[in-house]
Design a protein around this ligand. Structure first.
Ligand SMILES: CC(=O)[C@](C)(O)C(=O)O
Length: 295
């Protein structure tokens, strides 16, 4: 079991797509299949279930993913320590965030970091920030950006980077909410308001709490993963939604959206970095966590 096989396994476990993994990892499809089969033979159990259309991890595959990620981290750390030029940090660091966070924060966070640690290879994955904590907890990512949950799970470290208001939004060119509905949200006048909500995460929890407090049973038109997608659906007139202001600020669709001042406002979002506490001692994670500020 060499480091390369483990890296290929992890890439496939992430993409769940043989073709894509073989392209991205510069390995032929047949070599990829062979390497995975060898791992499975060595372990004596299937790591993936494959049928014609999809690939999924087996339970054993999930366990092996944790093991493989741990081995590679230890390997990188060891190599690091044994190297002569021990000051230069090397290895891979994966970072997960939303597309919005990649526009809004990465430039500041990474330009200095790249300069200080040119040999650290950053792997950037984008997606729904609602999954930030989970991905870090499952060791699928080293660092993730997302909104701080009201109570931080044990073992997860958080470092704030920005605060953003949560806003109710509607389409600009159709009247999704009347003045009356904005001023006095009630079960009666909001009964037929179609809503586009996050599938999961803090925004979902916050909006559900708000709806409950007003006694409103939402008519959920769609459940979406990722705040950028909520803005798209709302701009098309499918309903009203709730997103952090920062997502609107960098949205190409901001001109097709209005936001509503509904009182009392939803509690703001604290956006920041997540990492596993016990991993903050690892050199690469620590370098990122304690990076120098820009300027
Ligand atoms: C939570 C977070 O990462 C953002 C930037 O607010 C978002 O994408 O919604």
């Amino acid at each position: 079991m060499d480091a390369r096989s483990l890296r290929l396994f992890l890439a496939l476990a992430d993409s769940l797509h043989f073709g894509r993994t073989s392209r991205e990892q510069h390995v032929s499809p047949s070599a990829l299949s062979r390497i995975i089969r060898q791992l499975e033979d060595t372990l004596g159990t299937p790591l993936f279930l494959r049928d014609n259309r999809s690939v999924t991890l087996t339970r054993e595959g999930l366990r092996f993913r944790e093991y493989a990620a741990g081995v590679l981290r230890d390997w990188d750390t060891l190599q690091q320590e044994l190297r002569q030029d021990g000051d230069t940090l090397r290895g891979e660091l994966s970072l997960y965030c939303s597309v919005t966070a990649s526009y809004s924060f990465l430039y500041d966070i990474l330009s200095r970091f790249r300069h200080d640690h040119p040999r650290i290879e950053l792997k950037l994955h984008t997606g729904d920030p609602a999954q930030a904590v989970e991905r870090v907890r499952e060791a699928r990512e080293d660092i993730a950006i997302g909104a701080r949950p009201d109570s931080l799970p044990a073992g997860i470290a958080f470092q704030p980077i920005a605060r953003s208001d949560l806003r109710f939004i509607g389409p600009l060119d159709t009247l999704a909410l009347s003045d009356e509905q904005v001023r006095q949200p009630s079960p009666e006048n909001w009964r037929d308001v179609p809503m586009i909500l996050s599938e999961e995460g803090l925004a979902r929890t916050r909006i559900e709490r708000w709806l409950r407090r007003h006694g409103i049973r939402p008519r959920i038109y769609a459940q979406v993963s990722g705040n950028e997608a909520i803005v798209s659906m709302v701009s098309l007139g499918f309903g009203i939604g709730v997103v952090p202001q920062i997502v609107l600020d960098s949205s190409p669709l901001a001109g097709h959206i209005r936001s509503y001042d509904i009182e009392p406002p939803l509690a703001p979002y604290d956006i920041g970095l997540f990492a596993l506490e016990k991993r903050l001692k690892e050199p690469l994670v620590r370098a990122f966590w304690e990076r120098r500020a820009e300027g």
